[in-house]
Design a binder for this molecule. Sequence first.
Ligand SMILES: [Zn+2]
Length: 319
Amino acid sequence: MGICSLLVWSQFGTGVPRLAARLEVTRSCVVAADVPSGFALAKTIPVAWRAVDGELRLAVGDDVVPRREAAALLREAGRQAAAERLYRLPHQGKVMQTVGDQRVSNHYMYRGSFTRFAEWLFVHRARLGLVPLNGVRRSPVRGDERCRRCGYARETLSHVLCHCMPHSDAFQRRHNAILSRLHKAVQRDGVVTQVNRRVPGCVSSLRPDLVVTRGDEVILADVTVAFENGPHALRAASDAKVRKYTPLVHELRGRGKTASVVALIVGPLGTWWRGNEASLRRLRVSRNYAKLMRRLMAETVCCWRRQDGGDDPDVTASG
Ligand SMILES: [Zn+2]
């Protein structure tokens, strides 16, 4: 029994011992595995030994694992098991509902592209609600919940990232950096753009972040960084922008223009709202640049604390 199991152990190669620590399998467990479900790994992932043609073979689920692919398949099975355990947890958090909606919101998950390590660490802790804040305590003992910077009644992540007034200058730079990227994306021949200016010839004093004029067509675009408090929160932020500029749209239409308003909503934790796609199409942002711009914008909101005043000096709009 022992010799047979030791031979089977050799199928794992040298990569498995490192994996074993995470998957709760040890050499002694495998040596003792004279029955398919007799070792600790089977409690974590659906793995078992099977007798195939007189040999013991490793199986994950219903599939017998080829010898050379054992380590990779076990690693993948471990990931799946960890994900399923995570899904079963009762509280998933509103942020993760929003983050999981669009693939680009997690584009740096594995490779960290466009993201520095400090932001990478912060974003994941923040998305999981693990940032130590006065207003979000795991302890049943309720202490002082006020914001340490401004004294607001409850120090929460949404307050710190979007509403804490001592950070208003940084919020402004974050907003302007996103607007700057959008502004550059829509500039081309035959298009007139204005940033944070009243629409010429209009009575309304509203100042959209970006006015894009192409012949008789006028598109009002506004950028907002809204906390990822569930998918409905980002949609509500977009609806609020549309409502705000509706009087200006009506005035432009009364002057014979083809007018509309679009919103670009980005979460402070790097979330890309799915409704932005329609806005990019309306603004005629090229598909290739849009692919890059989404990632850059997600990076921009994540590293706003390090920005030195925005990319474009003529972008001075307010959020
Ligand atoms: Zn505050």
